[in-house]
Design a binder for this molecule. Structure first.
Ligand code: NAD
Ligand code: UFG
Length: 345
């Protein structure tokens, strides 16, 4: 298939491009580079062994820009990663988050339907479950109250896409609810490259390990979990990338049930690891120290979040292959080989 990949220069998008090409697909990336560096695409091309990844520096809120992209070629599907994703920043700048994520997706979807492309895979998040009503979380778990505008953009966009699909059954909508992506491609050439102080655990750990930050703050050790620290379903980004390729099946195979034509899948491993499990695995596998101290709980955090990934296994034939040791090893390979992230282009 020929796939439009919005946000393809970013962390998950760049890894997904590799899996798409490996599976025989082709892609065109649309990204405004607001949170990424085009060097990631050069490196993806090197890894795949092609001269370049077709790339259009276009904002998904720019109708004319998108029109040119659609006029130049035909797409079988869109994998839609583009969006702002910093939880804390979304609390400070809710308008910017709603405008970029919701406004941008509405324009993208409009341009897709006008150009006859009605297959979309949307990057959703475990955050839509709020404080989950059940653990492990299945797709039947009710959606919950999000604790920040970023989470609400995901929850609302799921509803928007489901409603669009219901009104026009020619649409095929796949909602992938990612759990906690970590790790990097085994080459060490691409990885997560956050701007400023990392919000997420793994990039914080790797920046401490490489000497850019003094110590990791562990946010709370009094949760009702085995060691008191938060438990998450960390998933290797290469596994997550492969889930997108598997999800393309929804567009070619009749696995849909007539009553529900929006496909919703949890994308996680089904294992919960605590913050301290991750820190200890990182130290053990990589032989580098990660000084840490216990800090108060972070507002909005939940104690435990991991999924039951059986639906994706049964319907998509997808299952995570990598374990915690692979995740911490590959995160470190990327960070230690690229201490300052991607070079300026
Ligand atoms: P990322 O920031 O690395 O990638 C997102 C990309 O979208 C960036 O390259 C950015 O420049 C681009 N972008 C943002 N707004 C745009 C716009 N208006 N027009 C064009 N491009 C735009 O983030 P990521 O970690 O790769 O996440 C990809 C998607 O997955 C996002 O939608 C994110 O919300 C979602 N997600 C991420 C996580 C996570 O922990 N990383 C978890 C759940 C869901
Ligand atoms: N943590 C620390 N110290 C840090 C950073 C995080 O102790 O410096 C802890 C958190 O308190 C939490 C765990 O590590 O217990 C994971 O935190 P992250 O910030 O890495 O991830 P979250 O689970 O909070 O959220 C992430 C993404 C969201 C997404 C969600 C899906 O940031 O966008 O996963 O589960 F919605």
């Amino acid at each position: 298939m020929n796939i439009l990949v919005t946000g393809g220069a970013g962390y998950i998008g760049s890894h997904t491009l590799i899996e798409l090409y490996k599976a025989g697909h082709t892609a065109v990336v649309v990204d405004n580079l607001s949170n990424s560096n085009p060097v990631s695409l050069q490196r993806v091309a090197e890894i795949i062994g092609i001269p370049e990844i077709p790339f259009c520096k276009v904002d998904i809120r720019d109708r004319e820009g998108l029109e040119k992209v659609f006029a130049a070629q035909k797409f079988d599907a869109c994998i839609h990663f583009a969006g702002l994703k910093a939880v804390g920043e979304s609390v400070e700048k809710p308008w910017e988050y709603y405008e970029n994520n919701i406004g941008g997706t509405l324009i993208l979807v409009d341009m897709m339907r006008k150009n006859g492309c009605k297959n979309i895979i949307f990057s959703s998040s475990a955050t839509v479950y709020g404080d989950p009503a059940e653990i492990p979380i299945t797709e039947n778990c009710p959606k919950g109250q999000c604790t920040n505008p970023y989470g609400w953009t995901k929850s609302m966009l799921e509803q928007v896409l489901m409603d669009i699909q219901k009104a026009d059954p020619a649409w095929n909508v796949v909602l992938l609810r990612y759990f906690n992506p970590v790790g990097a491609h085994q080459s060490g050439r691409i990885g997560e490259n956050p701007n400023g102080i990392p919000n997420n655990l793994m990039p914080y750990i790797t920046q401490v390990a490489v000497g850019k930050r003094k110590e990791l703050g562990v946010f709370g050790n009094d949760y009702p979990t085995p060691d008191g620290t938060g438990v998450r379903d960390f998933i290797h980004v290469v596994d997550l990338a492969a889930a997108h390729v598997a999800a393309l099946k929804c567009f070619t195979q009749a696995i849909r049930q007539s009553s529900n034509q929006t496909f919703v899948y949890n994308v996680g491993t089904g294992h919960g690891y605590s913050v301290l499990d991750m820190v200890k695995a990182f130290i053990r596998v990589n032989g580098v120290d990660v000084p840490y101290s216990i800090k108060p709980r972070r507002a909005g955090d939940i104690a435990t979040c991991y999924c039951n990934p059986d639906k994706a296994a049964a319907e998509l034939g997808w299952k995570a292959q990598y374990g915690i040791d692979d995740m911490v090893r590959d995160s470190w390979r990327w960070q230690s080989q690229n201490p300052d992230g991607y070079p300026e282009n």
